[in-house]
Design a protein around this ligand. Structure first.
Ligand SMILES: Cc1cc2nc3c(=O)[nH]c(=O)nc-3n(C[C@H](O)[C@H](O)[C@H](O)COP(=O)(O)OP(=O)(O)OC[C@H]3O[C@@H](n4cnc5c(N)ncnc54)[C@H](O)[C@@H]3O)c2cc1C
Length: 99
């Protein structure tokens, strides 16, 4: 298995012997199986946090304490907006913990 990070697929060409995976950088990979995993980032920029006076950390996430309170304690943040795995069960568990 070969991992190729930060590369995008332009098209996949099927031949009788293999798949030719054409990357946007011009590379062509000849493989028998392809698994493409999409990266993503939380849509955090336009939430208006600056107006509240909430700063993001270096990773672009909202800093919170163990009770998911931000620098403004009446404002909680959780899920993809804070540090940690960006997964549904994590966001759900964090939401339940704040109830
Ligand atoms: C393609 C894809 C596949 C994924 N697959 C998996 C998987 O297999 N397993 C897994 O565990 N996780 C998966 N995830 C991650 C999972 O979806 C997220 O980690 C989880 O949904 C985060 O929950 P959240 O409540 O933080 O954000 P979200 O579920 O994104 O909820 C945020 C909500 O806020 C709303 N919103 C945004 N801006 C505003 C605004 N200005 N005003 C009001 N509402 C607003 C949005 O419409 C949305 O409803 C996947 C994500 C993607 C994109």
């Amino acid at each position: 298995m070969n991992l190729h990070f930060n590369k995008n697929i332009e098209r996949i060409e099927a031949t009788p012997e293999a798949y030719n995976v054409h990357l946007t950088n011009g590379e062509v990979l000849e493989v028998d199986v392809v698994l493409a995993a999409t990266g993503r980032k939380a849509n955090i920029k336009d939430l208006g946090l600056e107006a509240l006076g909430l700063d993001l950390n270096e990773q672009g996430k909202i800093p919170v304490n163990e009770r998911f309170e931000t620098a403004i304690p009446s404002v909680l943040a959780l899920g993809d907006l804070i540090a940690g795995p960006e997964l549904t069960p994590v966001a759900l568990a964090e939401a339940h913990a704040t109830c």
